[in-house]
Every structure is written in structure tokens, then in C-alpha cells.
Design a binder for this molecule. Structure first.
Ligand SMILES: C[S@@+](CC[C@H](N)C(=O)[O-])C[C@H]1O[C@@H](n2cnc3c(N)ncnc32)[C@H](O)[C@@H]1O
Length: 548
């Protein structure tokens, strides 16, 4: 307990001056009363509290200093369901269904992977409304997106209104942006594919109004998480974690546990009083891409510290090469924070990605219109989208070609560089041992550069950085193995020691990843490699003559 200001004891309401040291939000008059309360309080004890702000709405603020890697919140889902666009999946475990292997629910006909899954409580809503409809469902096409699944997670939310008012109240308290969504294409799509379907197929026209259904669509759009634990992904809504705000340079990240709980983990040390944030969009996108995605999906214009700095902390991640003769400078606009929400709300495809801003060279001060830059970026984007997948030579060619137009760590070059770094070693039967020396050096250089860039741009994105560092440790160890052939074991010891340090960092960054996900499998491999490396370091150290 910590002693600070004054409040009412959480047990007896008498004057209390001691606070819970974990969350700093509840008071106790004595140690005994804190002990008495712990069974209940531990369910709510988090080092953060919800606050409200006119711009962001509700958000979390740290109530004490939090260490990097600490779990700030852990929550089970309020509702889970299939993704809106999905091929037929089991409505119990969300795994893909195969034709001829699906087992229909004996009450309603929706297909499952097993009879046991058809009895799961998650299935109750659609089973209930299908039985009420009076005709079983018959799904006959598998493997491609099926329209009948588009409304199911919304239906699972609506069911709570009459069957679980407490849960309904929690869902209704989540942000849905109904007003802003009303002008979007997605709104019209949802009206047809969700509202009309629920009314006609399930015969629920008199039961749920358009407003109620569309609000549930919005709650899912704004708050649902894609859960990657199943193939294909399914979606889940959480309660308190929905309050975490966005930042393009967030201080927290989210991880799933094997059983679908969501963890909010501090990615960097967080000071008491700071806002907690996660990155809603892809932090490895450029500033304009991130800002448009946030405006289109979550209806706000991001003003975070990263969006506010055109150089993105000196990385020049969105900078374009100056084409003035003999100039080696790079162009950036004076700001990326231009109004864009109106484009989401009343889209005009002709001017969608254009602004009247000018891009200026930091060296020769030459200015180029936004239209010219956007055309260049579009052309490069198109080139990227038709590039053959898994082709290391094509990646190298792309990087070399784009280097005439973009800053060396531009997001397009980084994106392809990352893919290339991962490919080197995977494309050879012998793994890294079969890679040519220049490619091994390239992999090492790319991994180092990208891991550093990730740390600067998005230090809490531990999943991506952990994976890159894992790749780097392997490249460093392989370089050591090769150099030891000519330079001896002392050189090998140096490389293995460095590789182990990088691997330890990777394992630490990935420590919350479950074994079902690729990063969890990397973590398991990292732990095994650490044991082997310790052994190798020990053997090498014993074999080398003492320096004394
Ligand atoms: C998942 S909700 C977060 C909780 C929300 N603030 C609330 O009160 O329910 C996402 C919404 O919060 C708001 N929001 C989150 N981060 C923001 C930010 N950095 N700037 C402005 N609005 C933000 C946006 O309205 C967004 O659509």
C-alpha cells in the first residue's frame, strides 16, 4: 500500500489514507481491510484508470509507473463471432469448414466441425433465431465467402438485448460513430447485407429496428478485434481494452492468449499520468496511409507526435528524393496534419488523396506539387502490387529502382526490404548455410536497419521487432560460423555472443506470444536456441586459452 491523499475505505467507507499500490485508485483504512478486499479487487486492479477528454473520448491513464513488458490489462471477450466476410466456418471454434465434413446443428442446421462445437454457448443466438424462423439453414457452398455469415456477429450482439441486459448495456456503452458512418459506402452495404438479411432471412423486422442493428454494426467496426488464433481470423469484442486510445507511436501493444483473452502489454516504460495507447493501424505504413485509414475506419484525424513530425523522428520514412539536377536532398511537406475527415464523410474519388500542400527539398528548397508526388507514389504502389510474391531477385530490383525516387528508409523500400530479409535463407534447402555470402551480408544489414527503424518509429510493436531480431541472430551466427573456418574459434565466440544477445532481446519482446501464432513459434525456437547457444559459448570458452 502507498500513503498519499485521502479517500473512503473500500470495505468500511471510513476515512482512509492508504491506497492500493497496484492501481492507486482504491483506499483502505487498514491492511486487514485491504486483505479482505483483495479477492474482489484483484479482478479490477490495474495500473490504469479510465478518464475522458473532449477530443479522444474515454481513454486510459497510467496510475503509476509501468515497466516495459508488464501486463496492464487482461480481459476475456464479451462477444465472439465470425468475421463479416468469411467462408463458412464452425460457429463454435471458427475453424474453416470443408465440404462433406461439416456436421449440421440438429436444432437449426448451421454447419459445425463437430457435434460438440454445435452445443457451445456462443452459438445460442443464431440457433435461437433460426429455430424461431421455422426453417433450418442449409449451407451448401464452402471455401468462398458466404453471405449468410455477414450478419451473425451482429445478431449475437442483438440477442443480448432480451437475454443478457448487463452485457447489452456494456455493448451499448461502446463507441459506434453512427452519425459519421451514415455517409459512408459501408453504411449502405451493412444496411443491405446485415439489416435486410436479419429482417428477411431471420424474419426479425418487427423485433430489431434499423437503428439498433446499425449501431451494433458500428460497435463492431470501431471496437472489434481480429483474432488471429483461428484460420481464418474471427472477431471479438472486449470491454475495458476498447477504451485504449490510438497513437502511431504507441506505448502498449496487444497480444492474445491461447484461449482468446486479450492482454494489453506495456511496450516501453510508461510514466504515471501518461495516456496508454496502442496503434490501431499498421505502424509500418507511411503517415498519409495511416491517417487516411484512421479517418476512414475510426473517424478521427490523428495528431500524435509521429504524425506531427514530418521526418518521423528523423527517419524520413515518407520522404521522396529531390529530382533537381545534382541535388541529393529529399522532399517532405511542411505538415501531414491536413484536414482529411471531410473526405471520408463525403468522398470525391478525384481529389481523395490530394492536398494543395507543396513538398519541399530540405537541401535546395525546390518545391513540388502534391499531385506530382501522389502520382509517383501511386505508380510505385502499383509496381509493388504486381511484384511476384516470394521472389528475392524481384525485391532487390524493386529496391534498386525505387532508390532513385525515395529516401533509403522510405516505407515502400522498408516494406520490400523486410520481405527480402525474411526470404533470404528460406529459399534455400540448406537454410542460411546455403546462402551466398553477399546475400547473407544483405540479410544482416537489412535486419539491423529495420529493427532500428522499428524501435524509433514504433517501439511498442514488439511482435514485428522481435521477429526481425530473431532473423538477425540467425544471420549473425551463420556469419560467425563461416568466419571461424578461416579465423578460428575466438572469432566464432565473438559472433555467437553477439547473436545470443540479439536472440535474448527477441525472446524478451515475444514473451507474451501464444504458441498458436507464428511469433509464438518463433519464441519457442528462440528459447531452444538460447539453450544451445549457452552450451556452445561454454564449450568455446573452455576450449580457448585463458588470456592471463
Ligand atoms: C475503440 S474507441 C476508443 C474509446 C473511445 N474513446 C470511447 O470513448 O469509447 C475508438 C474511438 O476513440 C476515438 N479515438 C481513439 N484514439 C483517438 C485519438 N488518438 N485521437 C482522437 N480520437 C481518438 C475515436 O473516436 C475512435 O473512433
Amino acid at each position: 500500500m502507498t500513503t498519499d491523499d485521502e479517500g473512503a475505505c473500500n470495505i468500511c467507507c471510513s476515512k482512509a489514507t492508504q491506497k492500493c499500490a497496484g492501481c492507486q485508485t482504491v483506499y483502505y483504512c487498514s491492511k486487514e481491510h485491504q486483505k479482505k478486499d483483495w479477492k474482489m479487487h484483484k479482478l479490477l486492479c490495474t495500473p490504469a484508470r479510465v478518464k475522458e477528454d473532449p477530443e479522444v473520448g474515454r481513454y486510459f491513464e497510467a496510475t503509476r509507473d509501468i515497466r516495459a513488458g508488464d501486463v496492464v490489462l487482461k480481459e476475456s471477450a464479451l462477444i465472439t463471432g465470425p468475421s463479416q466476410v468469411t467462408p463458412p466456418v464452425c460457429l463454435g471454434c471458427y475453424q474453416l469448414l470443408e465440404e462433406g465434413k461439416a456436421v449440421p446443428c440438429e436444432l437449426c442446421g448451421w454447419p459445425f466441425c463437430s457435434e460438440a462445437c454445435s452445443k457451445k454457448v456462443e452459438h445460442t443466438p443464431e440457433c435461437y433465431y433460426t429455430q424461431q424462423r421455422g426453417e433450418k439453414v442449409n449451407i451448401s457452398t464452402f471455401g468462398t465467402p458466404h453471405p449468410n455469415y455477414q450478419c451473425l456477429t451482429v445478431l449475437r450482439c442483438l440477442y443480448q438485448r432480451d437475454h443478457n441486459p448487463k452485457l447489452w448495456a456494456k455493448l451499448q456503452a461502446l463507441q459506434s460513430h453512427c452519425e459519421e458512418r451514415r455517409c459512408t459506402e459501408k453504411w449502405n452495404h451493412d444496411k443491405k447485407m446485415v439489416v435486410d438479411f436479419i429482417w428477411k432471412f431471420f424474419k426479425l423486422e418487427g423485433k430489431f429496428s434499423e437503428e439498433e442493428i446499425m449501431k451494433c454494426c458500428g460497435i463492431l467496426q470501431i471496437n472489434a478485434h481480429e483474432v488471429p488464433l483461428t484460420e481464418p481470423e474471427h472477431v471479438a469484442l472486449y470491454d475495458r481494452i476498447s477504451m485504449v486510445e490510438h497513437s502511431c507511436r504507441a506505448n502498449c501493444n496487444k497480444s492474445f492468449t491461447s484461449d482468446g483473452e486479450l492482454l494489453l502489454v506495456a511496450g516501453v516504460p510508461i510514466k504515471a499520468g501518461s495516456h496508454l495507447s496502442v496503434c490501431y493501424t499498421d505502424p509500418m505504413w507511411g503517415t498519409e496511409g495511416r491517417r487516411h485509414h484512421l479517418a476512414d475506419t475510426w473517424f478521427f484525424e490523428c495528431h500524435c507526435e509521429r504524425c506531427s513530425d514530418v521526418t518521423e523522428f528523423g527517419t524520413n520514412y515518407s520522404a521522396v528524393k529531390c529530382k533537381k539536377k545534382d541535388c541529393k536532398g529529399y522532399l517532405l511537406p511542411p505538415t501531414f496534419i491536413v484536414p482529411i475527415l471531410h473526405k471520408t464523410l463525403s468522398p470525391d474519388p478525384a481529389s481523395r488523396s490530394l492536398d494543395d500542400k507543396l513538398w519541399r527539398c530540405a537541401r535546395c528548397r525546390d518545391q513540388v506539387s502534391d499531385a506530382v508526388i501522389q502520382q509517383l507514389l501511386q505508380d510505385i504502389g502499383r509496381e509493388l502490387s504486381v511484384m511476384p510474391k516470394g521472389d528475392a531477385d524481384a525485391c532487390e530490383k524493386f529496391i534498386s529502382h525505387c532508390s532513385s525516387y525515395l529516401y533509403p528508409s522510405h516505407y515502400y523500400i522498408t516494406d520490400v526490404g523486410l520481405a527480402l530479409a525474411q526470404m533470404i535463407g528460406q529459399d534455400s534447402e540448406l537454410g542460411l548455410a546455403g546462402v551466398m555470402p553477399d546475400r547473407l551480408a544483405l540479410k544482416t544489414q537489412l535486419c539491423r536497419k529495420i529493427a532500428d527503424l522499428m524501435e524509433t518509429l514504433a517501439p511498442a510493436e514488439t511482435r514485428s521487432r522481435g521477429s526481425v531480431l530473431f532473423e538477425l541472430h540467425a544471420a549473425v551466427a551463420e556469419t560467425g560460423r563461416r568466419e571461424a573456418m578461416t579465423d578460428g574459434p575466438a572469432v566464432l565466440l565473438g559472433y555467437v555472443t553477439e547473436s545470443r544477445k540479439i536472440l535474448q532481446q527477441a525472446a524478451c519482446l515475444l514473451r507474451h506470444e501464444p504458441p498458436e501464432l507464428p511469433e509464438g513459434r518463433v519464441l519457442r525456437q528462440a528459447k531452444e536456441n538460447l539453450v544451445q547457444m549457452d552450451q556452445l559459448i561454454q564449450n568455446l570458452s573452455n576450449a580457448l586459452p585463458s588470456p592471463m
